[in-house]
Design a protein around this ligand. Structure first.
Ligand SMILES: [Zn+2]
Length: 307
């Protein structure tokens, strides 16, 4: 018997900066509206509707993760991804996450926004980084352990002038575009290292446009050297960049700026067949990079630009 469809009724909205960052980076990006606490149920319901519509178009485009061994639509897989649980809120229904974080907005928030936030937060505040205050009598705000570091956030979207892409984008030429994008990544993967950041987390996101792949490269870094120099160098490379003092509020601003969900991949204007093929082609490549951060249980903190 099929399981009842979960309603994900919100019991509690989590208020810490890390959770607010996921909402600002994903809900605001996709829904394109100001988030009011009283509207959170509607916001998540609307996001789920959008996700279901994207899944439907991926199903119609024969996206492999939605097919069974015979190549037919797997309603089980579809249902599993439809029921991926929301983030940053506590809900009555519990479900397993689908882990398709390149497209699923819920997993994107958990993996691509929350994770870098929490890791940088641990660097700045130590293992009890989730508290705001030192426990005990006379408690005061949790001290920043590394006030000597500056938080830098950067973002570059290559919309035009992508000279490294010459051919017209079609389902057939998509692998060539993907190769060109990877080549760009390889050539630039040492880029952040140039600033000798003590810690960095960067991501690459791709989105098929009618005639090209749009590529977004973004990240956050904790640097010791003169931050104005770093920002000036990044801007010379055509990037948007900001320097912030190391604190929780800055981490909120930095992650929201750098790791905003690439909403174009969700938009109705995106060719659904191209989107499905691009997601398949990208499946063997990890596009997240970490530096300076100790590997944790899930093993995801390695430098993962390599295929
Ligand atoms: Zn998911």
């Amino acid at each position: 018997m099929p399981r009842e469809q979960p309603q994900f009724k919100i019991i509690r909205i989590r208020g810490a900066y890390r959770h607010r960052a996921t909402r600002a980076a994903v809900l605001t990006a996709i829904l394109q509206r100001k988030l009011l606490v009283d509207d959170m149920q509607r916001n998540f319901d609307d996001l789920r509707k959008r996700w279901h519509a994207v899944l439907q178009s991926l199903a119609e485009s024969n996206w492999k993760p939605l097919l069974d061994a015979e190549g037919d639509l797997s309603t089980r897989n579809l249902q599993f991804m439809r029921d991926c649980p929301p983030f940053s809120v506590v809900t009555a229904d519990k479900r397993r996450t689908c882990n398709r974080d390149r497209i699923c907005p819920f997993c994107y928030a958990r993996r691509n926004v929350m994770r870098p936030f929490v890791r940088m937060e641990r660097v700045l505040y130590g293992p009890n980084s989730n508290s705001f205050r030192v426990a005990g009598p006379g408690s005061k705000a949790l001290p920043v352990l590394r006030p000597d570091l500056t938080l830098i956030a950067f973002r570059l979207t290559l919309k035009n002038g992508t000279a490294w892409l010459k051919t017209k984008l079609t389902p057939k030429t998509l692998p060539d575009h993907w190769e060109a994008a990877k080549d760009y990544i390889r050539r630039n993967r040492q880029y952040e290292r140039g600033f000798e950041p003590e810690y960095s987390s960067s991501q690459i996101h791709l989105c098929p446009k009618p005639d090209r792949i749009e590529l977004r490269r973004s990240g956050i870094m904790l640097v010791k050297i003169a931050p104005e120099k770093v920002v000036a160098t990044l801007k010379r490379q055509g990037m948007q960049a900001i320097a912030l003092k190391p604190c929780k509020k800055s981490l909120f601003e930095a992650t929201t700026f750098a790791f905003r969900y690439p909403e174009d991949i969700f938009s109705k204007g995106t060719n659904p067949v191209m989107r499905a093929r691009l997601l398949e082609i990208m499946s063997s490549t990890r596009l997240k990079s970490w530096c300076g951060i100790v590997k944790d249980e899930d093993g995801d903190a390695k430098d993962t630009y390599e295929e």
